[in-house]
Ligand binder design. Structure first.
Ligand code: FPP
Ligand code: MG
Length: 324
Protein backbone atom coordinates (compact mmCIF):
# COMPACT_ATOMS: atom_id res chain seq x y z
CA UNK A 1 0.00 0.00 0.00
CA UNK A 2 1.14 3.51 -0.71
CA UNK A 3 2.09 5.22 2.53
CA UNK A 4 2.49 8.89 3.35
CA UNK A 5 5.99 10.15 3.91
CA UNK A 6 7.41 9.78 7.41
CA UNK A 7 9.96 12.19 8.86
CA UNK A 8 11.91 14.78 6.87
CA UNK A 9 9.96 16.98 4.51
CA UNK A 10 7.15 15.22 2.69
CA UNK A 11 8.60 16.36 -0.61
CA UNK A 12 12.01 14.75 -0.01
CA UNK A 13 10.40 11.50 1.01
CA UNK A 14 8.05 11.48 -1.92
CA UNK A 15 10.95 12.07 -4.29
CA UNK A 16 13.02 9.31 -2.73
CA UNK A 17 10.26 6.73 -2.67
CA UNK A 18 8.60 7.63 -5.93
CA UNK A 19 10.77 5.48 -8.13
CA UNK A 20 10.19 2.32 -6.09
CA UNK A 21 6.42 2.50 -5.76
CA UNK A 22 4.52 0.13 -7.95
CA UNK A 23 1.25 1.06 -9.57
CA UNK A 24 -1.44 -0.33 -7.33
CA UNK A 25 -3.92 -2.49 -9.15
CA UNK A 26 -7.43 -3.17 -7.92
CA UNK A 27 -8.16 -6.72 -6.87
CA UNK A 28 -10.87 -7.98 -9.20
CA UNK A 29 -12.83 -9.31 -6.21
CA UNK A 30 -13.09 -5.89 -4.57
CA UNK A 31 -16.49 -4.13 -4.55
CA UNK A 32 -16.69 -0.36 -5.10
CA UNK A 33 -17.51 0.33 -1.40
CA UNK A 34 -14.45 -1.76 -0.44
CA UNK A 35 -12.38 0.17 -3.00
CA UNK A 36 -13.60 3.50 -1.57
CA UNK A 37 -12.84 2.40 1.99
CA UNK A 38 -9.32 1.28 1.08
CA UNK A 39 -8.48 4.38 -0.98
CA UNK A 40 -10.08 6.74 1.58
CA UNK A 41 -7.88 5.27 4.31
CA UNK A 42 -4.83 5.91 2.15
CA UNK A 43 -5.98 9.46 1.39
CA UNK A 44 -6.57 10.06 5.11
CA UNK A 45 -3.02 8.99 5.95
CA UNK A 46 -1.65 11.38 3.35
CA UNK A 47 -3.91 14.19 4.55
CA UNK A 48 -2.68 13.57 8.07
CA UNK A 49 0.92 13.94 6.91
CA UNK A 50 0.19 17.05 4.82
CA UNK A 51 -1.58 19.07 7.54
CA UNK A 52 0.02 20.68 10.60
CA UNK A 53 -0.38 18.55 13.75
CA UNK A 54 -3.04 19.52 16.29
CA UNK A 55 -0.31 20.24 18.82
CA UNK A 56 1.32 22.84 16.53
CA UNK A 57 0.43 26.42 17.56
CA UNK A 58 -2.07 27.94 17.02
CA UNK A 59 -3.60 24.77 18.45
CA UNK A 60 -7.25 25.81 18.09
CA UNK A 61 -6.83 26.61 14.41
CA UNK A 62 -5.18 23.30 13.62
CA UNK A 63 -7.80 21.47 15.67
CA UNK A 64 -10.58 23.16 13.69
CA UNK A 65 -8.91 22.32 10.36
CA UNK A 66 -8.50 18.68 11.35
CA UNK A 67 -11.99 18.49 12.90
CA UNK A 68 -13.57 19.20 9.52
CA UNK A 69 -10.95 17.40 7.47
CA UNK A 70 -11.38 14.11 9.34
CA UNK A 71 -15.15 14.19 9.81
CA UNK A 72 -15.66 11.26 7.44
CA UNK A 73 -16.40 12.62 3.96
CA UNK A 74 -16.67 10.19 1.06
CA UNK A 75 -13.35 11.43 -0.44
CA UNK A 76 -14.94 11.36 -3.89
CA UNK A 77 -12.65 14.01 -5.39
CA UNK A 78 -9.33 12.45 -4.28
CA UNK A 79 -10.56 8.99 -5.27
CA UNK A 80 -11.38 10.39 -8.73
CA UNK A 81 -7.84 11.79 -9.05
CA UNK A 82 -6.44 8.34 -8.19
CA UNK A 83 -8.87 6.47 -10.44
CA UNK A 84 -8.31 8.63 -13.52
CA UNK A 85 -4.55 8.92 -13.05
CA UNK A 86 -4.02 5.25 -12.33
CA UNK A 87 -6.26 4.20 -15.25
CA UNK A 88 -3.60 5.81 -17.44
CA UNK A 89 -0.61 4.45 -15.53
CA UNK A 90 0.34 7.25 -13.10
CA UNK A 91 1.91 6.24 -9.78
CA UNK A 92 -0.15 6.69 -6.61
CA UNK A 93 2.54 8.82 -4.96
CA UNK A 94 2.53 11.25 -7.87
CA UNK A 95 -1.26 11.65 -7.58
CA UNK A 96 -1.73 11.91 -3.81
CA UNK A 97 -0.61 15.52 -3.20
CA UNK A 98 -3.07 16.84 -5.83
CA UNK A 99 -5.78 14.45 -4.58
CA UNK A 100 -5.34 15.76 -1.02
CA UNK A 101 -5.18 19.40 -2.15
CA UNK A 102 -8.58 19.02 -3.84
CA UNK A 103 -10.08 17.50 -0.68
CA UNK A 104 -8.68 20.39 1.40
CA UNK A 105 -10.33 22.89 -0.94
CA UNK A 106 -13.58 20.91 -0.91
CA UNK A 107 -13.56 20.86 2.90
CA UNK A 108 -12.88 24.61 3.10
CA UNK A 109 -15.86 25.20 0.82
CA UNK A 110 -18.12 23.10 3.06
CA UNK A 111 -16.96 24.95 6.20
CA UNK A 112 -17.68 28.32 4.62
CA UNK A 113 -20.95 27.13 3.04
CA UNK A 114 -22.24 26.17 6.49
CA UNK A 115 -21.48 29.59 8.05
CA UNK A 116 -24.36 31.75 9.33
CA UNK A 117 -23.68 34.23 6.49
CA UNK A 118 -24.30 31.47 3.94
CA UNK A 119 -26.36 28.31 4.55
CA UNK A 120 -26.30 28.65 8.35
CA UNK A 121 -26.16 24.91 8.97
CA UNK A 122 -25.57 23.04 12.23
CA UNK A 123 -24.77 19.61 10.86
CA UNK A 124 -22.13 18.42 8.39
CA UNK A 125 -20.63 15.01 7.77
CA UNK A 126 -22.72 13.74 10.69
CA UNK A 127 -21.44 16.15 13.34
CA UNK A 128 -21.76 19.79 14.41
CA UNK A 129 -20.47 22.16 11.74
CA UNK A 130 -17.07 23.78 12.24
CA UNK A 131 -18.49 27.13 13.41
CA UNK A 132 -20.77 25.32 15.90
CA UNK A 133 -17.78 23.50 17.38
CA UNK A 134 -15.12 26.25 17.18
CA UNK A 135 -16.95 29.57 16.71
CA UNK A 136 -17.51 31.58 13.59
CA UNK A 137 -14.18 33.40 13.39
CA UNK A 138 -12.17 30.20 13.80
CA UNK A 139 -14.30 28.43 11.17
CA UNK A 140 -13.65 31.24 8.66
CA UNK A 141 -9.94 31.03 9.35
CA UNK A 142 -9.86 27.20 9.28
CA UNK A 143 -11.47 27.36 5.82
CA UNK A 144 -8.99 30.01 4.67
CA UNK A 145 -6.13 27.93 6.05
CA UNK A 146 -7.24 24.74 4.26
CA UNK A 147 -7.45 26.62 0.96
CA UNK A 148 -3.98 28.08 1.49
CA UNK A 149 -2.53 24.75 2.62
CA UNK A 150 -3.85 23.11 -0.56
CA UNK A 151 -1.74 25.41 -2.75
CA UNK A 152 1.25 25.05 -0.44
CA UNK A 153 1.01 21.27 -0.84
CA UNK A 154 0.74 21.61 -4.62
CA UNK A 155 3.79 23.87 -4.72
CA UNK A 156 6.02 22.20 -2.14
CA UNK A 157 4.92 18.63 -1.52
CA UNK A 158 4.11 17.44 -5.02
CA UNK A 159 6.77 15.57 -6.95
CA UNK A 160 8.58 18.04 -9.17
CA UNK A 161 9.72 15.74 -11.92
CA UNK A 162 8.15 18.12 -14.39
CA UNK A 163 7.60 21.69 -13.18
CA UNK A 164 5.51 22.66 -16.22
CA UNK A 165 3.19 19.72 -15.62
CA UNK A 166 2.81 20.76 -11.99
CA UNK A 167 2.00 24.33 -13.05
CA UNK A 168 -0.79 23.00 -15.27
CA UNK A 169 -2.13 20.97 -12.33
CA UNK A 170 -2.04 24.05 -10.08
CA UNK A 171 -3.73 26.11 -12.80
CA UNK A 172 -6.57 23.59 -13.27
CA UNK A 173 -7.21 23.46 -9.53
CA UNK A 174 -7.09 27.26 -9.18
CA UNK A 175 -9.55 27.58 -12.07
CA UNK A 176 -11.96 25.05 -10.51
CA UNK A 177 -11.83 26.76 -7.11
CA UNK A 178 -12.24 30.20 -8.69
CA UNK A 179 -14.98 32.48 -9.92
CA UNK A 180 -15.62 31.80 -13.63
CA UNK A 181 -17.88 28.74 -14.00
CA UNK A 182 -16.19 27.50 -10.85
CA UNK A 183 -16.70 26.86 -7.12
CA UNK A 184 -16.96 30.44 -5.81
CA UNK A 185 -18.83 31.78 -8.86
CA UNK A 186 -21.36 28.94 -8.58
CA UNK A 187 -21.81 29.59 -4.88
CA UNK A 188 -22.53 33.27 -5.55
CA UNK A 189 -25.16 32.54 -8.24
CA UNK A 190 -26.66 29.87 -5.96
CA UNK A 191 -26.97 32.41 -3.12
CA UNK A 192 -28.36 35.11 -5.39
CA UNK A 193 -30.96 32.68 -6.77
CA UNK A 194 -32.48 31.82 -3.39
CA UNK A 195 -36.19 32.64 -3.43
CA UNK A 196 -36.00 33.71 -7.10
CA UNK A 197 -37.56 32.04 -10.12
CA UNK A 198 -34.61 30.36 -11.77
CA UNK A 199 -34.59 29.03 -15.33
CA UNK A 200 -33.05 25.72 -16.38
CA UNK A 201 -29.96 27.38 -17.90
CA UNK A 202 -29.15 29.24 -14.67
CA UNK A 203 -29.64 26.07 -12.66
CA UNK A 204 -27.23 24.22 -14.95
CA UNK A 205 -24.72 27.08 -14.53
CA UNK A 206 -24.96 26.77 -10.73
CA UNK A 207 -24.50 22.99 -10.80
CA UNK A 208 -21.71 23.06 -13.39
CA UNK A 209 -19.85 25.69 -11.38
CA UNK A 210 -20.51 25.00 -7.70
CA UNK A 211 -20.08 21.23 -7.88
CA UNK A 212 -19.09 20.21 -11.41
CA UNK A 213 -15.89 22.26 -11.64
CA UNK A 214 -14.16 20.54 -8.69
CA UNK A 215 -15.25 17.08 -9.87
CA UNK A 216 -14.03 17.86 -13.36
CA UNK A 217 -10.72 19.14 -11.96
CA UNK A 218 -10.22 15.87 -10.06
CA UNK A 219 -10.54 13.80 -13.24
CA UNK A 220 -8.54 16.25 -15.39
CA UNK A 221 -5.68 16.51 -12.88
CA UNK A 222 -5.38 12.71 -12.81
CA UNK A 223 -5.10 12.80 -16.61
CA UNK A 224 -2.52 15.61 -16.56
CA UNK A 225 -0.32 13.79 -14.06
CA UNK A 226 -0.62 10.58 -16.10
CA UNK A 227 0.38 12.56 -19.20
CA UNK A 228 -2.78 11.64 -21.07
CA UNK A 229 -2.92 12.39 -24.80
CA UNK A 230 -5.11 15.25 -26.06
CA UNK A 231 -7.70 12.70 -27.18
CA UNK A 232 -7.71 11.09 -23.73
CA UNK A 233 -7.94 14.49 -22.03
CA UNK A 234 -10.97 15.30 -24.15
CA UNK A 235 -12.64 12.02 -23.10
CA UNK A 236 -11.83 12.70 -19.44
CA UNK A 237 -13.34 16.15 -19.88
CA UNK A 238 -16.56 14.76 -21.41
CA UNK A 239 -16.81 12.04 -18.73
CA UNK A 240 -16.15 14.43 -15.85
CA UNK A 241 -18.69 17.05 -16.96
CA UNK A 242 -21.39 14.39 -17.06
CA UNK A 243 -20.59 12.84 -13.68
CA UNK A 244 -20.23 16.33 -12.15
CA UNK A 245 -23.73 17.35 -13.21
CA UNK A 246 -25.15 13.92 -12.31
CA UNK A 247 -23.57 14.24 -8.86
CA UNK A 248 -25.30 17.56 -8.10
CA UNK A 249 -28.64 16.35 -9.51
CA UNK A 250 -28.31 13.32 -7.21
CA UNK A 251 -27.46 15.68 -4.33
CA UNK A 252 -30.66 17.66 -5.03
CA UNK A 253 -32.67 14.42 -5.15
CA UNK A 254 -31.15 13.13 -1.90
CA UNK A 255 -32.05 16.39 -0.17
CA UNK A 256 -35.74 15.62 -0.72
CA UNK A 257 -35.67 11.82 -0.39
CA UNK A 258 -33.27 11.14 2.51
CA UNK A 259 -33.27 11.97 6.22
CA UNK A 260 -30.69 14.20 7.95
CA UNK A 261 -29.36 11.10 9.68
CA UNK A 262 -28.78 9.33 6.37
CA UNK A 263 -27.16 12.41 4.81
CA UNK A 264 -25.04 13.56 7.75
CA UNK A 265 -26.31 17.09 6.99
CA UNK A 266 -29.69 18.77 7.34
CA UNK A 267 -32.14 17.25 4.87
CA UNK A 268 -34.88 19.30 3.18
CA UNK A 269 -32.84 22.51 3.40
CA UNK A 270 -33.11 23.27 -0.32
CA UNK A 271 -36.89 23.45 -0.26
CA UNK A 272 -36.92 25.32 3.05
CA UNK A 273 -34.56 27.95 1.59
CA UNK A 274 -36.44 28.05 -1.75
CA UNK A 275 -33.29 26.90 -3.55
CA UNK A 276 -33.03 26.30 -7.24
CA UNK A 277 -32.76 22.53 -7.60
CA UNK A 278 -33.34 19.94 -10.30
CA UNK A 279 -36.42 18.40 -8.64
CA UNK A 280 -37.87 21.90 -8.04
CA UNK A 281 -37.52 22.88 -11.71
CA UNK A 282 -37.83 19.59 -13.57
CA UNK A 283 -39.68 17.33 -11.07
CA UNK A 284 -38.33 14.30 -9.22
CA UNK A 285 -38.84 11.66 -11.92
CA UNK A 286 -37.36 13.76 -14.74
CA UNK A 287 -34.39 14.55 -12.47
CA UNK A 288 -33.73 10.87 -11.79
CA UNK A 289 -34.00 10.12 -15.52
CA UNK A 290 -31.56 12.92 -16.38
CA UNK A 291 -29.02 11.75 -13.79
CA UNK A 292 -29.17 8.19 -15.13
CA UNK A 293 -28.81 9.37 -18.74
CA UNK A 294 -25.72 11.40 -17.84
CA UNK A 295 -24.18 8.42 -16.06
CA UNK A 296 -24.89 6.09 -19.01
CA UNK A 297 -23.23 8.58 -21.35
CA UNK A 298 -20.25 8.96 -19.01
CA UNK A 299 -19.79 5.18 -18.89
CA UNK A 300 -19.93 4.91 -22.69
CA UNK A 301 -17.36 7.72 -23.08
CA UNK A 302 -14.90 6.34 -20.56
CA UNK A 303 -15.00 2.83 -22.05
CA UNK A 304 -12.97 4.09 -25.02
CA UNK A 305 -10.30 5.88 -22.94
CA UNK A 306 -7.82 3.03 -23.05
CA UNK A 307 -6.30 1.61 -19.89
CA UNK A 308 -8.27 0.06 -17.03
CA UNK A 309 -11.41 2.19 -16.72
CA UNK A 310 -13.50 -0.23 -14.62
CA UNK A 311 -13.26 1.96 -11.51
CA UNK A 312 -14.15 5.16 -13.37
CA UNK A 313 -17.25 3.42 -14.75
CA UNK A 314 -18.18 2.09 -11.32
CA UNK A 315 -17.76 5.56 -9.75
CA UNK A 316 -20.14 7.00 -12.37
CA UNK A 317 -22.81 4.45 -11.36
CA UNK A 318 -22.16 5.07 -7.66
CA UNK A 319 -22.81 8.79 -8.12
CA UNK A 320 -26.52 8.17 -8.74
CA UNK A 321 -26.87 5.04 -6.61
CA UNK A 322 -25.42 6.62 -3.43
CA UNK A 323 -27.59 7.30 -0.40
CA UNK A 324 -25.55 10.15 1.13
C1 FPP B 1 -21.20 17.69 -1.08
O1 FPP B 1 -20.11 16.89 -1.51
C2 FPP B 1 -20.95 19.01 -1.62
C3 FPP B 1 -21.44 19.48 -2.76
C4 FPP B 1 -22.47 18.76 -3.54
C5 FPP B 1 -20.93 20.77 -3.29
C6 FPP B 1 -21.63 21.89 -2.71
C7 FPP B 1 -20.91 23.15 -3.07
C8 FPP B 1 -20.67 24.07 -2.19
C9 FPP B 1 -21.14 23.91 -0.79
C10 FPP B 1 -19.92 25.27 -2.64
C11 FPP B 1 -19.43 26.10 -1.50
C12 FPP B 1 -18.48 27.11 -2.01
C13 FPP B 1 -17.97 28.11 -1.29
C14 FPP B 1 -16.96 28.96 -1.93
C15 FPP B 1 -18.35 28.42 0.11
P1 FPP B 1 -19.93 15.42 -0.99
O2 FPP B 1 -21.25 14.70 -1.02
O3 FPP B 1 -18.79 14.82 -1.75
O4 FPP B 1 -19.52 15.66 0.54
P2 FPP B 1 -18.58 14.77 1.46
O5 FPP B 1 -17.17 15.14 1.10
O6 FPP B 1 -18.94 15.20 2.86
O7 FPP B 1 -18.88 13.32 1.19
MG1 MG C 1 -24.92 26.19 -0.08
Amino acid sequence: MSLPPEGGTPNENIKAERQTKIFMTTPASESLPQYFTRRSEEVNQWLDSLLPKESTPPVNLHKAMRYSMFAGGKRLRPVLVLASGEALGAATDDLMPAACALEMIHTYSLIHDDLPAMDNDDLRRGRPTCHKAFGEAMAILAGDALLTQAFRVLALDAPHRDALKQLRVIGEIAKAAGTVEALIGGQVVDMESEGQTVDAATLDYIHRSKTGAMIRAAVIVGGLIAEATDEQMSKLDDYSRRIGLAFQIADDILDVTQTSEQLGKTAGKDQAASKATYPAIHGLEASKKKAHELVDEAIAIIASLGGDTQILAAIASFIVARKS
